[in-house]
Design a protein around this ligand. Structure first.
Ligand SMILES: Cc1cc2nc3c(=O)[nH]c(=O)nc-3n(C[C@H](O)[C@H](O)[C@H](O)COP(=O)(O)OP(=O)(O)OC[C@H]3O[C@@H](n4cnc5c(N)ncnc54)[C@H](O)[C@@H]3O)c2cc1C
Length: 391
């Protein structure tokens, strides 16, 4: 069966759902196609830190109510090294904050808003493929949740289907330039029923490896451990996890971690990746479909949101008034911010993880001590962490 819309959006992650919401506010129609179920996307635990401009945007477009009620506003982070904490105060340095609010909560708010506004989000679709992106009349084929083959004609396709999606693969490889860096370690993420060790995030550099203590609520903590790139969850029974967290997050030899029941554990690969340009004819890529970062800088979801805030404006101008300049410059404009976040994520990752190389170790400690002792260096970290302006 055939249908038609202005923008066919592949993927109902933060990028695809927010793009659909922003286009709706601008009077542009879209259909979102998602391979997973609504329950799955609403419970997928991933990112948890919203930059200052992300939180501002969500408020501006009517999505801030629950975030402001349930999110935790943080005015700084701590860098833990040399056996002590060194606080970077975003409020004192910049007058800005970040908000700790899980990605799955952002997704729940977005799905609720799309459905409330009569938006079309099709879950559990299969075999999605994009066609004729080089023409003025692209289309998407897929099999719907009832097993029926469908064709969606559109003016534009938005590839918001994450790193493992299909839209980036629709671009001929000769027209796509890929920048890729893999790190020799991964993160073991732990969700636990335990009080966070501190009211703000603690990033620890330790000779045994990096550790991060974050939170989802005053009772639920989210912890991360640097592990080997090829290690699996099975190699990390709960006792070993707590022992390692206790050692890496100790201050002056004293344990600081609150132990509790582990609710979830998973290993995340660490990779930096950018595929350029973000536009190929009538296909526009946004979010993880085009670029990923190691999570140390808390940038992944924020970048996806920044991309679609630009893309919504560009597509509205293109489809409502025929003005093409914003669509033409979308890739270059978005990539400037993407590369800044790529650099910051690489910088935080290199400074906080151990590679076993003694020279790297000394460089990293020198950088950390410089940030702890210099207002200029601390301000630079703070400015990148809270997020640079979207445009
Ligand atoms: C395991 C993991 C942990 C992470 N942890 C952090 C973190 O702690 N901090 C941080 O800042 N970032 C983290 N990230 C990164 C962050 O979650 C992403 O940057 C963010 O999800 C990007 O949003 P997106 O909408 O671009 O892509 P996604 O959230 O990946 O959404 C893409 C959507 O497209 C759907 N899809 C895929 N293929 C198809 C298809 N063929 N047809 C239809 N739909 C399709 C997917 O099911 C998905 O719902 C993590 C990522 C992962 C994978």
């Amino acid at each position: 069966m055939n249908a038609r819309t202005d923008v066919a959006i592949v993927g109902a992650g933060p990028a695809g759902l927010l793009l659909s919401h922003l286009l709706h506010l601008n009077g542009v129609e879209s259909v979102v196609l998602e391979s997973r179920s609504r329950e799955y996307v609403e419970s997928r635990v991933r990112a948890g830190v919203l930059e200052h401009p992300t939180a501002e945007l969500l408020r501006e477009v009517g999505l801030g109510e629950r975030m402001d009620r349930e999110g935790l506003v943080h005015a700084g982070i701590s860098l833990r090294f040399d056996g002590a904490d060194h606080r970077i105060g975003f409020d004192e340095l910049l007058g800005k904050t970040i908000t700790v609010y899980g990605q799955q909560e952002v997704v729940k708010d977005l799905v609720a808003a799309r459905l409330r506004d009569g938006g079309q989000v099709e879950f559990e679709v299969a075999d999605t493929a994009v066609h004729d992106i080089g023409d003025d009349a692209p289309w998407v084929s897929y099999v719907d949740a009832q097993g029926e083959g469908r064709r969606l004609d559109c003016a534009v396709v938005a590839g918001c289907d994450g790193f493992h999606g299909v839209t980036r693969g629709a671009v001929p490889s000769a027209r796509l330039r890929v920048f890729d860096r893999r790190y020799p370690f991964a993160w073991l993420g732990i969700l636990a029923k335990a009080r966070p060790l501190h009211e703000e995030l603690v990033y620890a550099r330790h000779a045994r490896g990096f550790a991060l203590c974050s939170m989802r609520s005053p009772q639920i903590t989210r912890l991360y451990l640097q592990v080997g790139a090829d290690e699996t969850v099975e190699q990390w029974p709960d006792d070993r996890v707590w022992e390692e967290l206790t050692a890496r997050l100790a201050v002056d030899g004293r344990g600081t971690v609150n132990v509790g029941d582990v609710l979830d554990k998973g290993v995340t690969a660490m990779r930096s990746f950018v595929a350029v340009p973000l536009r190929h004819g009538r296909l526009f890529l946004a979010g993880d479909a085009a670029h990923i970062v190691p999570p140390t800088g808390a940038k992944g979801m924020n970048l996806a949101i920044a991309d679609v805030s630009l893309l919504a404006r560009a597509l509205t101008a293109l489809l409502r008034t025929g003005r093409a300049d914003l669509a033409d410059s979308y890739s270059d404009t978005a990539l400037r911010r993407v590369w800044r976040a790529e650099h910051f994520s690489w910088f935080m990752t290199s400074m906080l993880h151990s590679t076993g190389d003694e020279f790297d170790e000394q460089l990293a400690l020198s950088q950390l001590r410089y940030i702890a002792g210099s207002t200029a260096a601390a301000t630079s970290l703070a400015e990148n962490y809270v997020g640079l302006p979207f445009a």
